[in-house]
Design a protein around this ligand. Structure first.
Ligand SMILES: Nc1ncnc2c1ncn2[C@@H]1O[C@H](COP(=O)(O)OP(=O)(O)OP(=O)(O)O)[C@@H](O)[C@H]1O
Length: 361
């Protein structure tokens, strides 16, 4: 469901911002520092309860305000309101879904699945496996009802095993109990991830071929432990070395996506622009798959679309965004950077940010 209303108060330099976004492409332009990224950041917080550029939500609060309140309404019958509030003097984040206090961030995520593509997108290839696991788990979370429970059980069992490893003497009976629990739920989690990847790969390959043909690029799921062995055996055999390290070295907490061009890691051979297109293809493929599997749609936040892309790739990328049945927020300093290469076939709601206010264009 698209957002049909946004109301932000106390968000960085945006003051009081009201917006009635269109259901499809929303283009926001404005000079440097006008607040374009802040606007996307506000939407991101509504769906994920966290920013994409800072760990501390306090940094989002306007220096002259005591709190930031973000409100969005998802169109539907009935519409679904979602909200987030962070006070300067409080530590607790207040989340609201459908008028009620929400206890879990996943309630927001379920209501508002979103993907971000920004100039830092290449970090998905370059950064730590944690970023790629998060990417993978986003897809599995939205596709498989069972995912969240399995994931929480893995986290809990892992925490207990790691705590026992740090004792002076290993309590063999207790650690065995947690290893069995951990092995059971890890195999479940791995099964869900692997089956998601089987469905994801063809959609990704098709999307990538349209954005940037790279026939030698391969994307492979790595589960996080030696495939030849049952995980319980891996834990039992690895107790001594895990103890020396102080944590469990193998398991689904080490899963990764291996992205290569021929025999080389993609990040070592692709240009920044090519990396951005590969990551975009991954994120667009996840949105397309979400729609195929659940009928739901994903909202896209595209910050500084022209950055790193030449004219042809800007056009192809925009045409793909247009073809998706999704709500998209695109920011760009300059409208000409897109207008020169892309003549939209659908309605685009264009707004300009100036002096902390949005004006229709
Ligand atoms: N907590 C805050 N309170 C008030 N203003 C802030 C706060 N944090 C940042 N700012 C200001 O808000 C602006 C944030 O701009 P933002 O990054 O959203 O702009 P942008 O339009 O995306 O810029 P660019 O085109 O350069 O990426 C900056 O001018 C910054 O000085």
């Amino acid at each position: 469901m698209p957002l049909d209303r946004l109301s932000f108060h106390g968000l960085r330099n945006l003051g009081a911002l009201e917006m009635a976004p269109g259901p499809h492409i929303n283009l926001i332009t404005g000079p440097n520092g006008s607040g374009k990224t802040s606007l996307l950041e506000g939407i991101h917080v509504l769906g994920m309860a966290r920013s994409f550029r800072t760990q501390k939500l306090k940094a989002l609060i306007d220096h002259d305000a005591d709190e930031v309140t973000l409100f969005g309404r998802l169109a539907g019958d009935p519409p679904l309101p979602v909200g987030v509030r962070r006070r300067r003097d409080g530590t607790e984040l207040e989340l609201r879904v459908n008028g009620e206090r929400a206890a879990r961030i996943t309630q927001l995520a379920e209501a508002l699945p979103l993907q971000l593509i920004n100039p830092d997108a290449f970090r998905l290839l370059e950064g730590s496996p944690a970023a790629r696991r998060e990417f993978l788990d986003w897809g599995v979370f939205h596709a498989e009802r069972e995912f969240l429970d399995s994931w929480k059980r893995v986290r809990r069992a892992l925490k207990h095993r790691n705590a026992l490893l740090r004792h002076d003497r290993i309590d063999v009976q207790s650690i065995h109990v947690w290893e069995r629990e951990l092995a059971h739920w890890s195999e479940r989690l791995d099964g869900l991830r692997a089956s998601y990847m089987t469905r994801f790969l063809p959609v990704f390959e098709e999307t990538l071929a349209a954005l940037l043909p790279l026939p030698d690029l391969t994307l492979r799921y790595s589960r996080g432990w030696d495939r030849q062995r049952a995980l319980l055996e891996v834990f039992e055999a690895g107790r001594d070395t895990d103890r020396q390290m102080g944590f469990t070295q193998q398991g689904p907490q080490r899963a990764d996506l291996r992205i290569r061009v021929g025999r080389h890691p993609a990040v070592e051979v692709l240009s920044r622009g090519q990396q951005k297109l590969v990551v975009s293809a991954m994120k667009l493929a996840q949105g397309r798959l979400l729609e195929q599997l659940t009928g739901g749609t994903c909202l896209y936040l595209i910050d500084d679309l022209p950055a790193e892309l030449d004219g042809d790739h800007r056009r192809i990328f925009c045409q793909w965004l247009e073809r998706l049945n999704c709500q998209v927020f695109i920011t760009s300093v300059d409208r000409a950077a897109l207008a020169d290469v892309w003549q939209p076939q659908t309605d685009v709601v264009a707004s300009k940010l100036a002096g902390g206010r949005l004006h229709s264009e």
